[in-house]
Design a protein around this ligand. Structure first.
Ligand code: MIC
Ligand code: SF4
Length: 753
């Protein structure tokens, strides 16, 4: 039986009437995305039509998921909300805090010791407030959600940008910061600007070396890292139907890499097969009663140009395997062009490591297709030229692939089998020699490849590709190996060639697992005590942020003008810093240390305007804070792209930064800033970015008139006394302005309790 089946049935009971009403209000056939949005309005049955990209709408998501690295802050905030229990089904997953080093068994034991305090905290808070808890080693949040909780037509939010993975099962699943999750867990509405809709029509059929991963690598290449901002991407067409459910998950997962709000697919046979295989025939039975409501109206897919704001068509029969990177997931190179591109750009050709795993590509099908290449290498007598590591997505997958001989096949090649967890994908990788900072290439099946992400080495060129391509490239040891056309020399010096990969979508003998690693919460948690030691370096209870004093901010110093890509990894680095995710003051010491200073091209090296000396960003900011001087941060395009981590907003808030003024924001980060009581502003004229100088002092001239739709005026006073007036746009609505005034959104919830 599926978890929360009664809730799912209730949702299905309400969908038809709500969708019918929405169709009437909108006055035309509906996409799947619109159906799910209109079926999840906070007000219940829709009473009006919403304008895409314009109206803020209150929604009522069906469930919430949190992972350990973000759950700490989310739950610390939830504890302030004054509730006895979470209002909707919620789960916590321990997956980010386990370092990959020697292999699953030892690594997990080390993590359980080192992060005991954090895991105990998460487990007891979960137990107290009615939250399902998945222990370290149980698997990666998004794989567990797909295997257990996702359901067609549902809406969920999760404190991780790759929550969108559940679109593979026909959900609208959206990544958010912890403060948003707290709203929903507290029984309040969750607000989102009604998204625009991008349709992707998939014709033809995947074949040979091409995998679902290549669809999203191609889409990322077309749309770039910001092309999906404010949009839901809806996939459809014969190519979509012929693909596995977990393959759909891969595509939706990496929708985070194009900034999309989420991505989804209509309910189909592949989803039925997957639900049944994962023990949820009851969900299929319920979904089948309203199947037409769980996909778009037929008119939409017949003439998509009429219903989507943007339309992309990809012919899967012609799609080539792609290798995206380095340093950004939207730089796509088809495998046939890699020789030329790698040579032209001076990318290191030798592949040092191949890594398969992450929430993107760690399904049974992924593993079985990669193993088919590994097995061929053994048969052909090829010793792999690169090292190999895998992270199964869940204990259920690990147990099943072990039973089916795949782990043994990997191990025959010397593969390291790491814990069912994020591992190298989030820099939890003790890679030998990384500290030497040598220029090198790795290939992986993850989703992100920002500088330093996997191993902390800025010179590691990480390329993203499908698991089967990772296997082929790692075995050949060359980034420019094209398995479709090239031969390899085996250990006897003979020329050999790989056959295309093949694999099973789902295990023939079914999934199996002994201990999935789940802990159900207590029915009555009122007596459970949650302890946080005041001397802990890992956890710190939160102090409410101070409300706005009602005055213009004046005399603010420019802390940093960040140049170029500034992702949440640059603002609040992961890897070794993950251990401080529950301790705001300690983690604040990583604030913006990865951002490039526009004035000198260096990272973590900014001018301290009080002393004239240069110092590390967090410490310069601590000096301003100590003197009670406000500051602002200036940034470039798509500022805050990547993760949902609200630490990237809470750290500047904690250290006294008042505003972030950029050319454009990534959605989740912008909301996180608003929720924490910061000013998230964008240049009215992007060219004004160039006017900002290193010694600037900033005065807000009309903050007291802060109102929706009204730009703010900022005066930048330069060192020579000259001034520039710079206009800043914002997207705050009335209630978001209240968050700013109260000091944070949470302060408002806490005041209401
Ligand atoms: C990531 O992939 O960057 C993470 C780590 O999963 C983050 C969440 C986090 O920073 O904890 C995400 O994608 O939201
Ligand atoms: Fe974990 Fe990587 Fe997925 Fe983020 S992208 S949830 S770090 S596996």
């Amino acid at each position: 039986m599926a978890f929360d089946i009664e809730m799912i049935k209730k949702v299905y009971e309400t969908i038809p009437a709500r969708v019918n009403k929405a169709r009437e209000l909108v006055g035309k056939p509906l996409t799947l995305s619109e159906k799910i949005l209109y079926a999840h309005l906070w007000e219940g049955t829709p009473s009006k039509k919403f304008n895409r990209s314009k109206d803020y709408v209150d929604f009522a998501p069906d469930r919430v998921a949190c992972q350990d690295a973000t759950a700490q802050m989310a739950l610390l905030q939830f504890m302030h909300a004054g509730k006895d229990k979470v209002a909707v089904p919620t789960t916590v997953h321990c997956d980010h805090l386990i370092q990959a080093k020697v292999g699953a068994e030892k690594d997990l034991a080390v993590a359980n010791t080192q992060s005991k305090e954090v895991f105990d905290f998460l487990s007891s808070v979960s137990n107290k407030y009615g939250i399902g808890f998945w222990k370290p080693g149980a698997g990666i949040i998004h794989q567990i959600v797909l295997e257990n909780y996702a359901f067609p037509g549902g809406m969920m939010i999760g404190t991780d940008s790759h929550t969108v993975n559940a679109g593979g099962l026909g959900m609208l699943a959206i990544g958010v910061g912890g403060a948003d999750a707290v709203d929903v867990m507290s029984g309040m509405a969750w607000e989102l600007k009604f998204p625009k809709l991008i349709g992707v029509k998939l014709t033809g059929k995947l074949n040979g070396w091409t995998a679902p991963k290549d669809v999203i690598l191609k889409v990322a290449d077309i749309l770039t890292v910001k092309g999906g901002t404010g949009a839901i991407v809806e996939y459809f067409g014969e190519g979509a139907i012929s693909m596995s459910c977990t393959g759909k998950g891969t595509i939706c997962n990496m929708g985070a890499e194009i900034g999309a709000t989420t991505s989804t697919f209509g309910y189909d046979e592949s989803m039925r097969r997957y639900l049944v295989a994962t023990g949820r025939a009851d969900v299929v039975e319920a979904a089948d009663t309203i199947a037409d409501y769980l996909t778009a109206d037929p008119e939409v897919y017949a003439e998509p140009e009429k219903y989507f704001d943007e339309l992309i068509e990809i012919n899967l029969s012609e799609l080539e395997p792609h290798i995206n990177g380095p340093f950004t997931p939207d730089r796509g190179t088809p495998v046939s062009k890699m020789k030329e591109e790698a040579a032209k750009n001076g990318w290191p050709i030798k592949v040092e490591w191949g890594l398969i795993g992450s929430c993107t590509n760690s399904s049974y099908e992924d593993m079985s297709r990669a193993v088919s290449i590994v097995n061929q290498a053994v048969e052909l007598g090829i010793t792999p030229k690169a090292e190999f590591g895998i992270n199964p997505g869940s204990e259920q997958i690990r147990y099943t692939i072990e039973r089916d001989g795949m782990i043994a096949a990997f191990e025959k090649m010397g593969t390291k089998v790491f814990t069912n967890a994020c591992g190298p994908c989030i820099g939890q990788w003790d890679r030998e020699g990384a500290d030497k900072q040598e220029k090198n290439t790795i290939v992986h099946s993850f989703n992100r490849n920002f500088s330093k992400r996997a191993d902390g080495n800025p010179n590691t060129h990480a390329f993203v590709t499908s698991p089967e391509m990772v296997a082929a490239l790692a075995i050949s040891g060359r980034l420019d190996f094209n398995p479709i056309t090239d031969t390899l020399l085996n250990d006897n010096g003979e020329e050999v060639m790989f056959k295309p990969p093949f694999g099973d979508e789902l295990p023939n003998k079914g999934f199996d697992v002994e201990d999935p690693g789940y802990q159900a919460p207590a029915t009555d948690g009122s007596n459970i005590e949650v302890v946080v030691s005041p001397s802990s370096s890992r956890l710190q209870l939160l102090e409410p942020f101070k409300p706005w004093d009602g005055k213009n901010i004046t005399g603010a110093k420019l802390l940093i003008k960040a140049f170029g890509k500034c992702t949440t990894d640059h603002i609040s680095m992961a890897g070794p810093w993950l251990r401080f995710r529950g301790h705001l003051d300690n983690i604040s010491n990583n604030m913006l240390i990865g951002a490039e200073n526009a004035f000198n091209g260096k990272t973590n090296f900014v001018k301290n305007q009080l002393t004239g000396n240069y110092g590390e960003v967090p410490f310069v900011q601590r000096d301003y804070k100590a003197e009670g001087i406000p500051s602002i941060v200036v940034g470039d395009q798509n500022y805050g792209e990547g993760s949902s981590r609200e630490h990237a907003a809470m750290e500047p808030r904690h250290l006294g930064v008042k505003a972030v003024l950029v050319k454009s924001f990534a959605r989740i980060h912008e909301t996180n800033l608003k929720k924490q009581g910061m000013l998230a502003l964008t240049f009215v004229n992007e060219a004004d970015y160039d006017k900002i100088q290193e010694d600037d002092t900033i005065n807000f001239l009309d903050l007291i008139e802060f109102a929706p739709g009204k730009p703010l005026t900022l005066e930048f006073v330069h060192a020579n006394g000259s001034k520039d007036i710079i206009m800043a746009n914002h997207t705050y609505n009335d209630s978001q302005i209240e968050w700013f005034k109260a000091g944070s959104a949470l302060n408002l919830i806490a005041a209401e309790k």
